[in-house]
Design a binder for this molecule. Structure first.
Ligand code: NAP
Length: 384
């Protein structure tokens, strides 16, 4: 039995992970789950999966859970999340929290030399250099990517030497607004931006997909996970979302991972790696029904997220952290109706321009820069 902690069990990735586990109860056991605000769903999950450890956002709700389930260990808040990341009994920690708030729990899981099934891409963007140093210090810890693109890259690299890689080709659906002009995007609403053509995901990542900043985050994540130079990472628009990403090797051979757009596959692979297993939860791709697989350039004049990410990544040090923090607050302000869609790019650009870069090799600096950047965006574009 592999014991799994799911950080962010009430979210889109978290609920998919519980479906994967639910279909394989002879193999996986839920050790701990964490939600933040969705009390009712967390309660349902406790009833169904009987985890030993639980974490929720507030102390009030944690007290209610303690009364309801006196035999369970209940944590709350940021410290609770951190404790959940480092549970000794866990074999695998799935980080399915949205945002840089996931960093410290990931750090704890690495320090306890766990397998981290990493969905929380913001951790690798904001703190990638620090996390990579930590992985050297705790060599038994491992990160297996859950993001579909990075899982695809990871799967395509299996059996090859990293030195044989020429290019990482990350595919992008193009998001809700593919083909739109800057003029079209001036007045888009939150509802329009939340409609993703191919994937059903949490609100923050859905907005990131519509700005293509999600691809920017993924470029930095890919650099941090696979150690490939930014000049050898490419992004292509692939509207069908069937090819989840590809690796081009030195002999010009390209290996791709393809399948239906369903996060349960990369989640399960991160749990069962290095093995592959069947499951009633995994859908087959009907190749005969595929009419077209097309690939195109990103329109960087409209969707500026990828170029901003390349700038942040190539600058390095604390700049990717600023890119991420500014985006997190900008998305929050957009969702609250306080800024317009295109201002998301403006905020990230200006936040990076005003930042004085520092070494990003320790957690204190990352936390400080994250906090300062958030404050800068709130001070200039919204309120805290
Ligand atoms: N969804 C996808 O298909 C997908 C694909 C690839 C990568 N990812 C990545 O996976 C991560 C999760 O994405 P998602 O779409 O699953 O997000 P989501 O649906 O918004 O879920 C986020 C989870 O984090 C919890 N949470 C939110 N704020 C928190 C806080 N301050 N402290 C502790 N927990 C908090 C939420 O709890 P409550 O709901 O209870 O408030 C929820 O369980 C993101 O990093 C995203 O980029 C997602």
């Amino acid at each position: 039995m592999k014991k799994i902690t799911i950080l962010g069990s009430t979210g889109s990735i978290g609920t998919n992970a519980l479906k994967v586990i639910g279909a394989k109860q002879e193999e996986f056991q839920v050790l701990g789950i964490s939600g933040y605000s969705n009390f009712e769903l967390l309660k349902e999950q406790i009833e169904k999966f009987d985890p030993k450890y639980i974490c929720i956002g507030s102390k009030d709700k944690a007290d209610i859970l303690k009364n309801l389930y006196p035999e369970k260990v209940v944590y709350f808040g940021d410290d609770g999340l951190k404790t959940m990341g480092g549970l000794e009994e866990a074999d695998i920690v799935l980080t399915a929290i949205s945002g840089a708030i996931g960093i410290e729990a990931t750090v704890e899981a690495i320090k306890k030399e766990k397998r981290v099934a990493l969905a929380n891409k913001e951790t690798m963007v904001a703190a990638g250099e620090y996390i990579n140093n930590l992985l050297k210090k705790y060599p038994k810890a491992e990160i297996i990517p859950v993001d579909s693109e990075h899982s695809a890259l990871f799967q395509s690299i299996q059996g090859s030497n990293y030195k044989e890689i020429k290019t990482l080709i990350i595919t992008a659906s193009g998001g809700t607004f593919r083909g739109k002009t800057l003029e079209d995007l001036k007045e888009v609403t939150v509802e329009q931006a939340l409609k993703h053509p191919n994937w059903s995901m949490g609100r923050k990542i859905t907005i990131d997909s519509s700005t293509l900043i999600n691809k920017g985050l993924e470029v930095i994540e890919a650099h941090m996970l696979f150690g490939i130079d930014y000049d050898n990472i490419e992004v292509l628009v692939h509207p069908q979302s069937i090819v989840h990403s590809m690796v081009e090797f030195v002999d010009n051979s390209i290996i791709a991972q393809i399948g239906v757009p369903d996060m349960k596959l990369p989640i399960q692979y991160a749990f069962t790696y290095p093995n592959r297993e069947g499951s009633c939860e995994l859908e087959r791709l009907n190749l005969k029904k595929l009419k077209e697989l097309s690939f195109d350039q990103i329109n960087n004049n409209v969707f500026k997220g990828v170029e901003l990410a390349f700038y942040a990544g190539k600058t390095g040090k604390t700049m990717p952290c600023v890119f991420n923090s500014a985006n997190e607050v900008a998305v929050e302000l957009f969702l609250k109706g306080k800024i317009k869609f295109l201002q998301i790019y403006e905020i990230i650009k200006k936040a990076m321009e005003q930042h004085s870069i520092e070494e990003a090799d320790n957690l204190e600096t990352i936390k400080k820069v994250d906090k300062e950047t958030r404050k800068w965006v709130y001070d200039n574009y919204g309120e805290d």
